[in-house]
Ligand binder design. Structure first.
Ligand code: GLU
Length: 490
């Protein structure tokens, strides 16, 4: 069997679209599942859409998620150049050859002539299909006019009879009547090919065996097959994949303000979690397993399990999965990722590794970190109602008793360096006060954080905040609760 070769062929638009990355992943998995090659080709023939630095974003994205390409502009290979704008002479040569073979013709029509026909079609309510008068010109005459310096395009020639059919690996048999197929421009007047031509020349010349791409290309594929046939080339295996959707009706798209891969990283999602999540968009494993490494995906991926219908991108599911990845890390790796967020949020001199330790089990995305630890620098103003917790069975009175006892015990503690000592000390209080653990610990945590939800409990947080700050905050709590007493008595 021929070695499987797939390609990722993005247009450099300045960001990595989630749907594109998902297609790249499928292309990679299909190749690697068969020990094949995964090739990167840059499709930059639409020069107007070209964005500076966009190619680097493509390299960076593939590297970040570990989709290493075997051939491409940066790594080389035997089938280069891998950037379309560097392949122009080749497209021209093949376009001329296709004209000789009868699969295309030179066209000298200007835009006005095309629009003229469009108007007529519209006025009689017919679907527009350009009927090119140049089709009937002899090749000699056309080449003579080109010699004279006339501008021209190369347009596909399609005999309007018969049908063209092919078998798509996902969508099954696709069949179209040739008379509805557009005779598209293949080579533009500036010498650049259109996608309609370049994809065929490149996929053939690069030895691509499996063309994996979005299903929006499904309806044009018969046209492409006619060109393969005109050249006498082998038609590749087609795997058209369903779109990634924002909701039932709309595709996910950066243009509509939906998140790109770069946006997700910026929000604190991990590249591996994103990759894992998008593997499940439009593909389903045979088992219930949801967490996969890339190598595991390579093993279990199968074309048969790619779905035909669009898959909705569910940010909550991705967030959940990202949390799974964060929790599965060792503390050092988590800390390395959390540190930039911690230093951004915490200016006070505290042991950041201890903060990471309490955060790791409670963080789904890294960007949640600053908000989770904002109380460390400064005690927020809070309402006394926070001391009342139904389940913990606290009252203002109990809270005040607990804080006073905690203050006394903690102020006598010399060595604050071990969490364990603080733990033992605070846990000796409830029995001495004839209270439940929660009745003591809840008020302490409330006093030192001023928040109803925090990562870590009273003991861990007191240890992180240090003796001076902890006592200061408990004092504030005591004063606030005493005011409550005064108000009650008045
Ligand atoms: N440049 C095309 C795109 O970005 C590639 C389509 C294909 O994979 O053939 O949509």
């Amino acid at each position: 069997m021929k070695k499987v070769r797939t390609r990722f062929a993005p247009s450099p638009t300045g960001y990595m679209h989630i749907g594109n990355l998902r297609t790249a992943l499928f292309e990679y998995l299909i190749a690697k599942h068969e020990n094949g090659d995964f090739i990167l080709r840059i499709e930059d023939t639409d020069q107007e859409r070209e964005v500076e630095g966009a190619v680097d974003i493509i390299y960076d994205t593939l590297a970040a998620v570990g989709l290493h390409h075997d051939e491409g502009p940066d790594v080389g290979g035997d089938f280069g150049p891998y950037i379309q704008s560097q392949r122009l002479p080749m497209y021209k040569e093949y376009a001329d050859k296709l004209v000789d073979l009868g699969g295309a013709h030179y066209c000298f029509c200007c835009e006005e002539e095309i629009q003229e026909q469009r108007k007529v079609a519209e006025s009689i309510g017919k679907a527009f299909k350009f009927d090119d008068p140049c089709k009937h010109m002899s090749i000699e005459e056309a080449r003579e006019r080109i010699q004279q310096g006339e501008t021209y395009t190369v347009r596909q020639t399609i005999q309007p009879t018969g049908i063209t059919a092919f078998e798509d690996q996902v969508y099954g048999r696709i069949e179209v009547d040739n008379n509805i197929l557009d005779e598209s421009v293949l080579l533009k007047s500036d010498g650049f090919p259109t996608y309609n031509f370049a994809n065929i020349i490149d996929d053939h010349q690069m030895g691509i065996t499996h063309v994996v791409r979005g299903n929006e290309y499904l309806s044009s594929t018969p046209k492409y097959n006619l060109i393969y046939e005109a050249f006498g080339w082998e038609i590749p295996t087609y795997i058209h994949v369903p779109p990634v959707m924002k909701d039932e009706q709309h595709k996910l798209s950066k243009r509509n303000g939906d998140a790109s891969f770069q946006d997700l990283l910026q929000k604190g999602y991990l590249p591996q979690a994103v990759l894992n999540y998008i593997a499940l968009l439009g593909w389903a494993p045979e088992t219930e397993q949801e967490i996969y490494t890339l190598d595991e995906l390579v093993k279990v991926f199968s074309i048969q399990r790619i779905s035909r219908s669009g898959a909705i991108f569910d940010i909550d599911k991705l967030t959940w999965m990202n949390g799974m990845y964060l929790r599965a890390m060792d503390l050092e790796s988590f800390h390395a990722l959390a540190k930039p967020y911690l230093t951004q949020a915490i200016k006070r001199d505290v042991d950041l590794l201890s903060v990471s330790k309490i955060l790791q089990q409670r963080t789904d995305i890294l960007s949640q970190i600053p908000e989770q630890v904002d109380f460390i620098d400064e005690l927020p103003t809070y309402d006394n109602g926070l001391y009342i917790h139904k389940k913990m069975k606290t009252t203002y009175e109990i809270a005040l008793t607990a804080l006073k006892a905690a203050y006394e015990a903690l102020s006598a503690l010399e060595d604050w360096s071990k969490e364990e000592t603080i733990h033992d000390l605070l846990l000796s209080l409830p029995s001495a006060l004839e209270l439940k653990n929660g009745q003591v610990l809840w008020p302490i945590r409330t006093a030192i954080t001023g928040k109803p939800f925090t990562p870590g409990g009273a003991i861990e947080l007191a240890h992180i905040l240090g003796k001076e700050e902890t006592l200061k905050r408990i004092t504030v709590g005591i004063e606030k609760l005493q005011m409550e007493e005064v108000n009650k008595n008045n």
